[in-house]
Design a protein around this ligand. Structure first.
Ligand code: NAD
Length: 251
């Protein structure tokens, strides 16, 4: 399906990024796996084999994103698509709304939303030069609607207000960019996943399941089909959209 198709994935050593990297390679594509976590990145890239190149760096920095592209091109000659999956979090991520401090709030918003914008800026420049490209952002159900606070009751979990702000921002920059680059043969889309299973509190899992239609929390592999579709020509005329993969959470 993706023969010789080269995909750059930021946050490629994370839950969602790695799952997508595996699925690109399984479908005969090639991956430039970028991540700030060097040990995990190296380990996973090795597992993926010769069709994967690991790039280590903070991919919220323009210089590093430039190098990410430079190294990818050097190895695979070109980059056809990019998926932004990096998920930088400050030390105080998860602080209750009432206790938020500007310092950490600004860091999270700058790195998460600002990072998505800078990542787009650098890749759109590269895709414009190539006269084709495909950029995919990852938002979240928290960007679509208010959190279902009742799911967090009697647990230590929370959903930060800045996460909602960032994730609706990501949906918004997706449609902005798709239209800004009209007639340039570049598509920009977004995927909004529901919660991904990751040893969450069982109380949370149970109440979360009640808002869904068949599974509840998803596995990261559950997103692969949708992302492959967006990468492929089967979605040729889908542009600026946000595809929700949430087992009905948002209904
Ligand atoms: N896990 C979920 O339940 C869930 C649900 C919906 C949406 N999402 C979204 O999916 C995306 C990926 O989330 P995930 O669950 O895979 O997260 P994760 O924490 O498992 O992976 C994120 C990866 O990003 C890397 N990273 C962090 N800061 C970086 C930086 N500055 N530069 C480069 N790499 C950096 C980390 O090292 C890590 O490998 C995020 O945008 C997240 O908001 C996640």
């Amino acid at each position: 399906m993706l023969k010789n198709f080269v995909v750059a994935i930021s946050g490629g050593a994370g839950k969602i990024g790695y799952s997508l990297a595996k699925s690109v390679i399984k479908n005969n594509g090639k991956v430039i796996l970028g991540d700030a976590n060097i040990s995990q990145g190296k380990k996973l890239a090795k597992k993926l084999g010769k069709n994967c190149l690991f790039f280590h760096g903070d991919l919220t920095s323009k210089k590093n994103i430039d190098n990410f592209i430079y190294n990818g091109k050097k190895k695979f000659k070109k980059i056809d698509a990019a998926i932004h999956c990096a998920y930088p979090r400050s030390k105080k991520w998860g602080t209750k709304f009432e206790n938020l401090k500007a310092e950490h709030l600004n860091e999270d918003i700058t790195k998460q939303l600002g990072g998505a914008i800078i990542f787009s800026q650098v890749f759109m420049k590269y895709f414009s030069k190539r006269k084709k490209g495909n950029l995919i952002h990852i938002s979240s159900i928290q960007g679509l609607a208010a959190p279902k606070f009742e799911h967090y009751k009697n647990t230590k979990m929370s959903s930060p207000i800045e996460y909602s702000a960032v994730k609706s921002g990501v949906i918004s920059i997706t449609s902005y960019l798709a239209k800004y680059y009209k007639n340039k043969n570049i598509r920009v889309n977004c995927v909004s996943p529901g919660g991904i299973r990751d040893n969450q509190d069982s109380i949370f899992k149970k109440s979360y399941r009640k808002s869904c239609t068949s599974k509840g929390l998803l596995d990261s592999d559950d997103l692969n089909g949708t992302v492959l579709f967006l990468l492929s020509d089967n979605s040729k005329f889908i542009n600026g959209q946000n595809l929700v993969v949430d087992d009905g959470w948002s209904l």
